[in-house]
Design a protein around this ligand. Structure first.
Ligand code: FES
Ligand SMILES: [Fe+2]
Length: 407
């Protein structure tokens, strides 16, 4: 029998670690707090070094904490990151997503900066500032940057943050041989903007029970006892990260998929598929011949910009690159079907759980010995969220001590 209103609003008879109050997906107050306590404190994957391969190349990045950044390769080859904000009157310095220039020159009054962030020119400097201010006083604000784990550019707004290696811990060890085997190259970058909360889209990468959404995954994995699909294990790591064990994808079972079976990836078992979820909004997804990186930039409680990258090997022949692109496109890329199925379901959650329309509880309660349909990935993620926010995901409007007792 269907439920009455009071039954619908009742808390589930489950431990509070196994369900979430949906207000965490729609509250402005919580969203603003997330920026301060999470996004401005953790390491984010901003781009790949192949997107700025030469000295003087630059790449802009909208930081999830809200600050516009510009990543620059200096004449010394080093990659540095700065606020993309002019120290004169706060204008955006670089407007284009990427390019190459010896100096970054602000269009407003033509102040110019080099790849070290030094101000190198102020028009009519002495006339206006005499000895009261000089170029050395108005360098760009530098942001902590590391290039690591296969040439990705990681940034952190917190000057006093822990090193990237201690933030990641051992979470990327599992994929490290594949990430570092050979230089990689981004061959596609694409975006989507969804009216949903960023945590909901990250959830879809943190649980595979939703393979019921994907006919392709059912046919090439779930329904093939030899694929090892149900043996895939979740492993949780400190700081909210998790990995999913590999499997043998039966590409041939899906007629017309067009996915190659012989072009693989160094160190990855043939037809393998490895996945690493990094807190709070990054997924590295190595599917046989293509590495797809998903990273999310929250714009509002119910709006998120999704960034997708597809990478191959830098030394690919034209034929190999063409095959990788075809593999990326067939199912999991912008022209495939899986990505759109994920986006459709996450958007549906965003619509249903929008502010003032969402009274219910979201379950994260499946337990299957940490295997593929266990929701341990989501629970582990949301527990880290609760720890950093000082709120219980099941009772988020109670803070700190009360939340800790519930959690
Ligand atoms: S605001 Fe950039 S030069 Fe004036
Ligand atoms: Fe999916």
């Amino acid at each position: 029998m269907a439920r009455t209103t009071s039954e619908w609003l009742k808390r589930p008879k489950l431990p509070p670690t196994h369900y979430v109050d949906p207000i965490i997906y729609s509250s402005e107050e919580i969203f603003e707090e997330e920026k301060e306590k999470i996004f401005k404190k953790v390491w984010h994957l901003a781009c790949h070094e192949s997107e700025l391969p030469n000295p003087y190349d630059y790449r802009t990045y909208r930081h999830p904490g809200g600050t516009p950044l510009v990543i620059v390769r200096g004449e010394d080859g080093k990659v540095r990151t700065f606020y993309n904000i002019c120290p004169h009157r706060g204008n955006l310095i670089v407007y284009e997503p990427s390019g190459s220039s010896k100096y970054l020159t602000c269009i407003f009054h033509q102040w110019a900066f080099n790849g070290h962030g030094d101000c190198v020119d102020i028009p009519r400097e002495k006339d206006g500032y005499q000895d009261r201010l000089c170029k050395a006083d108005v360098a760009l604000k530098e942001v902590r940057t590391e290039v690591a784990y296969g040439g990705f550019v990681w940034v952190n707004l917190d000057d006093n943050c822990e090193p990237l290696s201690s933030y990641i811990g051992e979470a990327l060890d599992y994929m490290l041989p594949e990430l570092t085997a050979e230089p990689m190259e981004t061959f596609w970058y694409y975006q989507a903007t969804l009216n949903t909360n960023y945590k909901l889209i990250h959830d879809t990468n943190s649980e595979f029970y939703h393979d019921y959404l994907h006919i392709y995954n059912r046919i090439t994995g779930m329904l093939d006892p030899k694929s090892g699909y149900f043996q895939r294990k979740y492993t949780a790591y400190p700081n909210g990260h998790a990995t999913v064990g590999s499997m043998n994808v039966n590409y041939g079972a899906y007629a017309g998929s067009g996915h190659s079976t012989d072009l693989g990836w160094p160190h990855l078992p043939p037809k393998g598929w490895k996945l690493v979820d990094l807190f709070p909004a990054i997924t590295l997804n190595l599917r046989t011949s293509v590495l797809r990186i998903d990273s999310y930039i929250p714009l509002a409680p119910n709006k998120v910009l999704l960034e997708f990258r597809a990478l191959g090997l830098k030394r690919d022949t034209p034929e190999e690159r063409q095959q990788r692109e075809r593999d990326a496109a067939t199912i999991w890329g912008p022209f495939g079907r899986n990505l759109h199925e994920d986006l459709l379901a996450s958007s549906g959650q965003g619509i249903a759980m929008a502010r003032d329309s969402q009274p219910m509880y979201v379950l994260q309660a499946r337990e299957e010995n940490a295997t593929i349909h266990d929701e341990i990935g989501m629970r582990h993620y949301i527990a880290e969220w609760g720890r950093r926010m000082g709120r219980s995901p099941a009772l988020p409007m109670l803070k700190d001590e009360a939340a800790a007792r519930v959690a």
